[in-house]
Design a protein around this ligand. Structure first.
Ligand code: GLN
Length: 200
């Protein structure tokens, strides 16, 4: 097959970092801001940012319906941080009226790590990767509950949040509480591009 076309939801959040990484991995990065841009992509990244704002803009730009449709049809999506929230079927303590795109059978808790430690970095064992991942968490969610079809890829190893689920996969849907686009480790993006390529 040709070069996989990976969209990046570009209504709000840290879009540029993902574009740069995708290009180094040989994927074509396409910014998604309009409904017509959703159809031609093979996969999508939903970046970190602020899920309440992202949700409002997704609806204002008429992107909710076409994105939900592609997700239901099986398009691979990688969501990081706010992107994980956008992919979750359920949010605990979301903002009033907050909606998600859904698809991933999980319940997430927004800003779960609390005010004292709302940003931190740690090493995580990650299923399928030989060396630990250096994970950067910024006002991150964690996953409170997963459905039967969801594979847990990583949990916090130590500290007050030890054991909390911070990376999951369900079919072509991949989500991390942390920001793999920060730093130089491209393994998680590489995994995602592999998923997209295998389904494109
Ligand atoms: N706290 C943000 C939210 O609720 C997520 C933070 C992030 O993406 N870095 O959307």
């Amino acid at each position: 097959m040709g070069t996989p076309r990976v969209g990046i939801l570009a209504v709000q959040g840290d879009v540029r970092e993902h574009v740069a990484i995708l290009q180094t991995l040989g994927a074509q990065a396409v910014l998604i801001r309009r409904p017509a841009e959703v159809e031609p992509i093979d996969g999508l990244i939903i970046p970190g940012g602020e899920s309440t704002v992202m949700d409002k803009l997704v609806r204002a730009f008429d992107l909710q319906e076409p994105l939900r449709k592609r997700i239901e049809q099986g398009m691979p999506v990688f969501g990081s941080c706010a992107g994980m929230i956008m992919l979750a079927d359920r949010i605990s303590d979301g903002a009033a009226g907050q909606q998600t795109l859904g698809g991933l059978d999980i319940t997430v808790r927004r800003n779960a790590f609390g005010r004292q430690v709302d940003s931190f970095e740690t090493e995580l064992d990650f299923a399928g990767l030989a060396r630990p991942v250096h994970a950067v968490f910024i006002r991150a969610p964690w996953v409170e509950q997963v459905g039967d079809d969801v594979q847990v890829l990583a949990r916090v190893g130590e500290g007050p949040a030890a054991g909390k689920i911070v990376a999951v996969r369900q079919g072509g849907l991949l989500a991390t509480s942390f920001h793999p686009e920060v730093g130089t480790d491209r393994r998680i993006h590489a995994e995602f591009v592999k998923i997209v390529s295998s389904q494109a």
